[in-house]
Write a protein that binds this ligand. Sequence first.
Ligand code: EAX
Length: 331
Amino acid sequence: MGGKKVFLILSIFVFFTILVLVTNKAMAVMKIKLGVVTKPGSAQNVVADKFRELIKKQSNGNVEVKIYHSASLGNETELLQQVQMNTIQMAVVTGGPYDTFDPIARVVNYPFLFKDNAQADKILDGPLGCEILKSLETSGFKGLSFSENGFRNLTNNKRPVKSPEDIKGLKIRVMASTIHKAIWQALGANPTPMPWPIYAELEQGVIDGQENPLWVMEVYKFFEIQKYMTLTRHVYSYHIDVASLKWWNTLSDYDQAMIQKAMYAAAVYQRNDNRSKNADRLKFLETKGMQIEYHPDISAFRSKVVDIKDMDLYSDPKVKAMLEKVLNAVK
Ligand code: EAX
């Protein structure tokens, strides 16, 4: 082969390599709208802020995330509708409200499923978590990762709650979620679905109580209007950090990988951040006058919800099979 020919071949090779690098790797300028219903400082916002920071860095400033917080685009159900339609590209939404879109979301909202954070991480970061996220694609969602709200605890303003008898008749606000409503019905409460936020309804006594992780009681100042808290830890409340599948399918592999990686890193960061603050939150809430029941009769609570597994809300074969797999994995 003559020197000229080799040079020509080499030049073509170099040219195409550069072309591939330029078109594939240099991310085009991209603007992402991301919705959350909570206010700055909340669990969802920590994920969103971290994601914005990481993706900006990794894309050399080419990806800009605009965060719409405090339900400025609507409640969680409405956010999910906008994600499906790609009017917003991303959202960090609590596991509860997904279940009216896709019953697969009920699996991890199953009562008293995980015993601790390590177990939640093991399942959600593992193959079963992957399968759940994948399954959401049939509903138009690209689930990227699980960040956390945290283990949910009951608060109310009527009386101390130690066992299910104390719950009888309490009007408890629940998320717009079939499984959450079923849990509180089974526990003997009068569950009232209501979108976030709910401070005014608690203050006015439209509802007696609510259930949420510890950060909520602090950030939303529920200690001002809720006297009693019980560490029920009845549901490990995850968020799905979600993208519009419609939008996702328009992205290059490179962009998808970068977004996926940044969101997962944001989720891990936020879970650790949230968990590291819980001990102080309990102390804080106590100094603010909340009366905390640290050792409720969990086995009595559990026995009230055993039938939920066989209820209609898990009758979809795909959902039932997934629930069985997860229940086996946490045994
Ligand atoms: O994250 O609606 C709820 O109870 C959620 O947990 C709320 O958005 C706080």
